[in-house]
Structure formats: C-alpha cells, structure tokens
Design a protein around this ligand. Structure first.
Ligand SMILES: Nc1ncnc2c1ncn2[C@@H]1O[C@H](COP(=O)(O)OP(=O)(O)OP(=O)(O)O)[C@@H](O)[C@H]1O
Ligand SMILES: [Mg+2]
Length: 271
C-alpha cells in the first residue's frame, strides 16, 4: 500500500480534551500534574504523547480512560462526556495486567462476557483476536508460561476484544528488547489499519513516537502541558527503511531537542 492508497473512512473515536487540569494532594501539598491541556483527535488517528518522566503522560491517559477525574475541564469521545471507565475505551498498560488464574483465551474472553460486546460468542471473539496477535497456539496457556512480549500481545488482544473505538496504550512496549519492540510496533500498525480505530499511545521513546504516529504531542513538565503538536507525514506502511529516511531523522531531531530541554528543566526543578 502506498502513502496515497485510500484509507478506510473512520467515523468513530473522535476525542476532545478541553481545558483539562489535574491536581493531586500529596504530603500536604497540591501538585498540579496537568495544566490547561487542549487536544482534539480525529477518528482513526494515531497520536503519541511523548514526554519526559513525570510530565503527566499517564495522568492524561488515565483521565481519558476514566480512571482519574479531572480537576477542571472535560473530555469527550464522540461527543459523549467521559465520567468513568467504559468498554468503548480499551487500555493496555506498561506491565501486563492479565489475570494469572485464567488461561490466555479466558483472559481475552472476559471483557466480551461482561460487556456483551463482540460479534459472536465471547470465546469466538477471543479466538479472533488471539489469531490477530499471532498466538492461537497459546490459547490454553497461563500468563506465566508466556514471555513478556507474548503477554503484551495478549494484553492488546484483550483490550481489542471489546471492539473499543479508542485504544489507550501506556508505554506498552517499554519492557521489551529492541527487536521484539520493533516487531510489536509493526504488528500494532497492522492491527490499527485493519480495525480502523483511534489510538492514543504514551511513550518517552522518540523513535517509537515518530515511527508510529500521525501526530506527536510533545509534553513538558511542572506543570504537565503540551509544548508542541508535530504532524508526522511519513508514508505508510512503515518499516525499518522508514527509520533511515531524511524526514524521519529530522523529526527525530526536533523531538529529541524538545525532550532534552524539558528533561533538563524537570531535572533542575526536582533537585
Ligand atoms: N495518585 C497520585 N497522587 C499524587 N501525585 C501523583 C499521582 N499520580 C501522579 N502524580 C504526580 O503527577 C505527576 C505526573 O505523573 P505521571 O505518572 O502522570 O507522569 P508520567 O509522565 O506518566 O511519568 P513516567 O514517564 O515516569 O511514567 C508526577 O509529579 C507525579 O508525582
Ligand atoms: Mg507514566
């Protein structure tokens, strides 16, 4: 597929984050984790939140997931205000969070069983997504019998099995070696294209952000805010050749400079 090949028309998964601020009370002090963030994400877009440690990436993602309540402002998905977690938003965490007492298939089937979402039975839905992540042979295994990368793939299948409009991913490949990570990134891009969903992906890895996204939102810290909204117009599908293209190298440099500046600021403020 070339860059100009028509993409399927995606109509769901529009995200609006308006004037979002989040503060936490900790040790008698109020910490302003996020200040006045405004983000608009189109249906089907792949957006990365990139920023140094502690800048508020997880807090922002958790607000969209409905796990953290904003102190000020609002978030909506397809014009529906977020008031708590819901099956329209699938979440993948940095460390896998599978149920250790359930098999791989039972882990994936659990969401559709509870929510009733999915096109067939929960078991057949689980089988479909297990196949998509290339682990059909492991249906009856328990999580501890799989490698870290395989567990993350099960985590992705589990998040997708509810047919979410929006996939939220918090540094999902952070613990993987670079080869497995690249394979997982390519696999994720294929799933994203096939399923036509919106993805909001958190990372502090510049290469990962540029490789995956349509747009990189660079965050700064103290308080957490968006310092740059950077479009990534690299052609798709992307592979290892993408990472040596002139455009990729230039975007990478822009992001690295911004992150370096923000990381230095954060380091000095914390000392
Ligand atoms: N539940 C909480 N209570 C108090 N402070 C919190 C809480 N959660 C986050 N914070 C603070 O909010 C700020 C942002 O934290 P957050 O976890 O969102 O950062 P992050 O960008 O995800 O960092 P990392 O890359 O290390 O995961 C930090 O200063 C952190 O100490
Ligand atoms: Mg985090």
């Amino acid at each position: 597929m070339s860059a100009s090949a028509p993409q399927p028309l995606v109509t769901q998964g529009r995200v609006s984050i308006d004037n979002l601020s989040v503060s936490f009370s900790s040790r008698g002090q109020d910490i302003l984790a996020i200040q006045d963030v405004n983000i608009s994400i189109c249906p089907g877009e792949f957006v990365c939140l990139l920023g140094p440690s502690g800048c508020g990436k997880s807090t922002l993602l958790n607000c969209v997931a409905g796990f953290v309540k904003p102190t000020l402002g609002s978030i909506s998905v397809d014009d529906e205000a977020i008031t708590g977690p819901g099956p329209d938003r699938g979440m993948v965490f940095q460390q896998h969070s599978l149920y250790p007492w359930k098999t791989v298939l039972q882990n994936i089937a659990f969401g559709p069983e509870v929510t009733g979402r999915g096109k067939g039975s929960p078991k057949s839905t689980a089988q479909t997504f297990l196949k998509m992540v290339g682990l059909s042979k492991y249906a009856e295994y328990y999580p501890h019998e799989l490698s870290g990368g395989m567990q993350q793939r099960v985590g992705i299948a589990r998040a997708l099995a509810n047919y979410p409009k929006l996939l939220l991913m918090d540094e999902p490949f952070g613990a993987l070696d670079s080869q497995t990570r690249l394979m997982m990134q390519e696999n994720l891009l294929r799933l994203w294209r096939d399923l036509s969903i919106t993805v909001l992906f958190v990372t502090h890895d510049v290469d990962e952000a540029v490789f995956l996204s349509d747009r990189v939102l660079v965050m700064g810290s103290n308080p957490g805010r968006i310092v740059r909204d950077l479009p990534v117009n690299l052609s798709r599908p992307r592979d290892t050749d993408t990472t040596v293209s002139r455009e990729f190298v230039e975007l990478r440099k822009t992001c690295l400079d911004l992150i370096r500046l923000e990381s230095l600021k954060a380091f000095h403020e914390h000392n």
